[in-house]
Design a protein around this ligand. Structure first.
Ligand code: GLC
Ligand code: CA
Length: 581
């Protein structure tokens, strides 16, 4: 097969080669028995992460917060949520990571603050407060039956209206997420300066190595605030993503952020890294404007085409499960691989984070123990051989799966789910619609990623002390799926992940940096060739289905995920192979 010669070889950077492990602090490890994970708990588990072979951790928000949205609602960028720990303990975590030769990046959540942030409290206090303009305040567009009408028909991503009326000053403020998460006004240069100072300089001075940038394309909005097009005539609030994603000044703001970050270095002298969250940006050309190295904005971004499979058609909709097939999975994965071939852009490789269902449940098969492990290994082989920076989410390495379908909706804690349910009741949804929603949530609710990490088979999976009550119910399968069990079995998914991470590093010219070519195959097979600059090649072949499919063996088999590991002309269900050509 002829491969097109790559015209550009990717610059080598630590953050391209790193395997980055995301920690969701509330659910990782509880060191003091109050049922909530904490920062000293993370420090205690660093040797585990070292043994896995990861190079960097991404810590989801640990800042002071009322926890309406699990810390993505920050009330003080320069302080810590007390149950997680103190400023001092956070410094200890940063230093401990570096002592283990691990880097650490924080979440940068700057599209909005909590309504408990002093900036917002001042802003809402009066129309003439100097910080009034730090958020978006608008008068009602009119009154109806004694009630104020919102300035426009925008809906919140977390369902309901995006505007909240404030009695005291008789104006509405904008909140694209929860009511308690007002959007900051980035048009105001003074606001931007305060954001850079408190959320970036403050932590970079304390030694962190970079940021994951929350909704990195949302700070610049259409500030004429026009009504959104009416898609759903049955309700007032309409989807409006085009009006507040990728706005006109987005690149200007990101250039400013780049300028702040470039004043610092990682602990070992490397570059400060950034990875942006980039929802609602399907076009390659739009993405390139963010991640082309020449643009000096973001190092790389998370693309949502794959993890959004199954979600409803309108952005943010998780209430109507859409059918998807293996063909969609490979099409979307291949899209962002081809995107970087021969360019100065970079990409990410991931299937999980704190906002998504578990990958084995969504893209593999969690129906039997054998298939869980086998399809988990298949996903590991695919991910670890793709080009881009590899991100793993806590528990993915031991093959944690979605919450059981038998669980009641009361086990779902996410504000998004709570709001969806409130809205459905308000709109008088019937049983059929409720079942539809439940069916969708069982696959794609964010809660699936947030159940406590399963460490061992003791009560609460060793996540917290036996006497403590974990903040969220531990998945019933923990006696089987846990770190101790997975470490003990030589053919476990955890040990397989360690091996895959090792191989990825050993052959990084091919797996991390190589040129990607999709092989034309049967719909259920995802096969691709990776070629390093020196012409060395590997082929990954993955049967993403529960049926056996024919396959013509090619050259030298490096690895397979089935016990016998024979290079036969049939791929068993969920069998994957890696060949060296
Ligand atoms: C991002 C986060 C998500 C959060 C939202 C609002 O999408 O990943 O968890 O709810 O931003 O900050
Ligand atoms: Ca704790």
């Amino acid at each position: 097969m002829a491969l097109s010669a790559s015209t550009y070889s990717h610059d080598r950077k630590w953050w391209k080669e790193a395997v980055i492990y995301q920690i969701y602090p509330s659910s990782f490890y509880d060191s003091n028995g109050d049922g909530v994970g904490d920062i000293p708990g993370i420090v205690e588990k660093l040797p585990y992460l070292v043994s896995l072979g990861v190079d960097c951790i991404w810590l989801s928000p640990h800042y002071a917060s009322p926890q309406i949205d699990m810390g993505y609602d920050i009330s003080n960028y320069q302080d810590i949520y007390p149950p997680y720990g103190t400023l001092e303990q956070t410094q200890e975590l940063i230093d401990a990571c570096h002592a283990y030769n691990l880097k650490i990046i924080f979440d940068l959540v700057i599209n909005h603050t909590s309504s408990e942030h002093t900036w917002f409290k001042e802003s809402r206090s009066s129309k003439t407060n100097p910080k009034r303009d730090w958020y978006f305040w608008k008068s009602p567009r009119g009154w109806k039956g004694g009630k104020p009408l919102a300035p426009n028909n925008w809906g919140s991503i977390f369902s309901g209206p995006a505007w909240e009326f404030d009695e005291a000053t008789q104006q509405f403020y904008l909140h694209l997420f929860a009511t308690e998460m007002p959007d900051l006004n980035w048009e105001n240069a003074e606001t931007r300066k305060a954001i850079y100072e408190t959320s970036m300089h403050f932590w970079l001075k304390r030694g962190i190595d970079g940021f994951r940038v929350d909704v990195a394309n949302k700070y610049s909005k259409n500030i004429a605030f026009p009504d959104a097009e009416i898609i759903n005539p049955n309700v007032y609030e309409q989807p409006n993503s085009k009006l507040h994603y990728n706005g006109p000044r987005m690149h200007e703001y990101l250039s400013e952020i780049y300028e702040v970050l470039s004043q610092y270095r990682a602990f070992d002298g490397g570059e400060i890294m950034t990875v942006g969250e980039l929802p609602n940006t399907p076009l390659e050309s739009d993405v390139r404007a963010y991640v082309s190295a020449a643009k000096k904005q973001l190092g790389m971004v998370f693309h949502f085409d794959t993890v959004s499979l199954g979600l409803g058609k309108t952005p943010g909709n998780r209430t109507l499960l859409q059918p998807y097939t293996a063909k969609d999975v490979k099409r979307t994965l291949a899209k962002w691989q081809s995107f970087v071939n021969g360019t100065d852009s970079w990409t990410t490789v991931f299937l999980e984070n704190h906002d998504e269902g578990r990958s084995i449940s969504r893209f593999g098969n969690d129906k039997t123990e054998e298939l869980r492990t086998r399809s988990g290994k298949l996903l590991a082989m695919v991910l670890a051989t793709m080009t881009g920076t590899l991100f793993l989410y806590q528990g993915q390495e031991i093959g944690m799966i979605n919450m059981p379908v038998s669980w009641n909706l009361s086990e779902y804690k996410d504000v998004w789910v709570v709001n969806i349910l409130k809205q459905l009741v308000k709109n008088g949804a019937n049983k059929e619609r409720m079942d539809q929603v439940l069916n969708a949530l069982q696959m794609v609710a964010r809660d699936h990623a947030r159940t406590p990490m399963q460490w061992d088979e003791s009560p609460h999976a060793g996540f917290c002390g036996e006497k403590a009550t974990p903040w969220m119910r531990v998945n019933d399968n923990y006696p089987k799926i846990n770190v101790i069990n997975e470490s003990a079995k030589s053919d476990s998914l955890l040990n397989f992940w360690k091996r895959m991470i090792g191989l990825r590093k050993e052959y990084k010219d091919i797996f991390v940096y190589g040129t990607f070519t999709l092989v034309d195959t049967d719909d259920d097979i995802f096969a691709f060739i990776k070629e390093g600059e020196d012409g060395k090649r590997a082929t990954t072949v993955a049967n993403m289905s529960s049926k056996a499919v024919p396959w013509k063996p090619s050259s030298r088999l490096l690895l397979s995920n089935v016990p016998a590991g024979n290079d036969t002309d049939t791929l068993q269900s969920w069998e994957a192979r890696i060949y060296f050509n």
